[in-house]
Design a protein around this ligand. Structure first.
Ligand code: HEM
Length: 425
């Protein structure tokens, strides 16, 4: 354990630095202390209020009037970037301005935008998509199964949701690596950990993303296809104007980032959890039924909570657990911390697929912003684990491989890679 984590265990609570890379990579010690000692903790460096208890996080997510998702000065998720650095700003200015749409807007604006893509994420659309998800999962396994080992994140975790998203947005599979690059640029910007060179590169990549999709959108206006791009540029809901380019870019960036990184992270950490918890692994191995895999998926979602924190801004002074949060304060709804609250999930740090309240987790959020892609993601994870259990066994970490590491990101949580060995069935 690093000394920063050791320190966090015993130091005065005010000395915990929640946005430090160590805490972002491994937040459980901090979460435990916040639950007991500081359910509302104001980070002295950033000024952000960290809300960590399950009941408080749910109450926040359900009260969008008090806890707004619109941030002053714009935020990632608007399809663009913001910077005061002249060189970075000059790149951003060549592109399209950011617009608050779903994730970064409040009702009724948020609901308005969500209507444009709801049909793409409906149960009917998912039914049509299911055989494709299963085929992609099998083809990915085909590519590495004879090796007996793989780096699971890049061999399976990333390409499964990426291929599904690309196909549904309407991006040719030959451009998957571009989609991955642009997702990384948005995530790097979100991480709040990039240095200037990193931000400069992210701005270039975001501009490339915008120009690529604006060209594609033009093509879909001229000749619509059966994909999300065509829905975005051609749909006119409730007799209103179709969306403009900036609005579409914001929506696309949200679907792309939210749809890729989170599911990849859950699948990959899920494999690590199975290996680290042989009793749970054994239960699924003995009975890989859809019901058992469903329990595995829900507990993986609770335990990993890839979308760990989300911003909110208070629209009025509000009191939580005796702490007064002034109007216009930035808060974090800490979904991952809520999912580790012992009050809701007894022995929360135990990975336990037999919990009787598996479905209570808030990995997909709650309230008006509840994840648009939750059903997709669940289907990708259920389908993905099914194929893995059908075709492989004896999962283990590859001998001699580097210790798996989590990335440091203020909003997203996930491993940077995972070296898996297995036997082919
Ligand atoms: C394991 C996978 C996933 C997790 C953990 C996750 C988590 C979340 C969470 C916590 C929220 C709520 C944010 C808030 O309250 O501010 C959210 C919203 C959202 N998610 Fe997901 N998500 C996942 C997969 C996906 C997928 C596959 C897609 C799309 C393809 C997607 C698209 C979205 C969008 C567009 C929103 C914003 C909805 C709105 O604000 O109305 N997510 N997600």
């Amino acid at each position: 354990m690093t000394s920063a984590l050791e320190h966090a265990r015993t130091c005065p609570i005010s000395e915990i630095v929640p946005m430090s890379p160590e805490m972002l990579k491994c937040p459980s010690i901090m979460n435990r202390r916040f639950h007991h000692e500081a359910p509302v903790f104001q980070d002295p460096t950033s000024g952000i209020f960290f809300i960590s208890r399950y009941d408080d996080v749910v109450a926040m997510a359900m009260d969008h009037r008090t806890f707004s998702s619109v941030m002053p000065g714009g935020q990632a998720g608007t399809g663009s970037m913001v910077s005061d650095d002249p060189e970075i700003k000059a790149i951003i200015d060549q592109g399209y301005p950011g617009v608050s749409t779903m994730l970064t807007a409040d009702p009724p604006v948020q609901r308005h935008y969500r209507k444009f893509v709801n049909s793409a994420f409906s149960p009917e659309s998912l039914k049509v998509l299911e055989p494709f998800i299963d085929r992609v999962a099998n083809e990915l396994v085909d590519a590495f199964i004879d090796e007996g080992q793989c780096e699971f994140l890049s061999a399976f975790g990333v390409p499964l949701p990426l291929t599904v998203i690309a196909s549904q947005i309407g991006v040719p599979l030959s451009d998957l690596s571009l989609l991955r690059k642009w997702t990384n640029a948005f995530i790097g910007n979100l991480s709040q950990q990039l240095d200037r060179d990193g931000l400069l590169q992210a701005a270039k990549d975001v501009l490339e993303f915008q120009l690529y999709f604006v060209e594609k959108m033009e093509a879909r206006r001229a000749q619509p296809e059966d994909d999300i791009l065509s829905k975005l540029v051609n749909a006119s809901i409730d007799g209103e104007q179709p969306l403009n380019d900036s609005e579409c870019l914001s929506m696309l960036s949200q679907i792309m980032v939210a749809g890729n990184e989170t599911t990849s992270a859950a699948l990959t950490e899920g494999m690590q959890l199975l290996i680290n918890n042989p009793d749970q692994y054994e239960m699924v191995r003995k009975d890989p039924s859809p019901e058992m895999i469903h329990c595995l998926v829900e507990e993986v979602l609770r335990y990993t909570s890839p979308s760990s924190n989300m911003f909110r801004r208070t629209t009025r002074e509000v009191d939580i657990n005796g702490v007064t949060i002034p109007e216009n304060s930035v808060c974090f709804a800490r979904f991952a911390a809520a999912n580790q609250d012992d009050e809701r999930f007894p022995d929360a740090l135990k990975f336990d697929i037999t919990r009787d309240n598996l479905k209570d987790h808030v990995a997909f959020g709650k309230g008006v912003h509840h994840c648009l892609g939750a059903a997709w993601s669940r289907r990708e994870m259920n389908g993905g684990f099914k194929v893995i259990f059908e075709r492989m066994e004896n999962f283990r970490r590859t001998a001699g491989a580097a210790e798996p590491e989590f990335s440091a990101n203020a909003l997203l949580h996930g491993l940077t890679g995972f070296d898996l060995s297995f036997d082919k069935k």
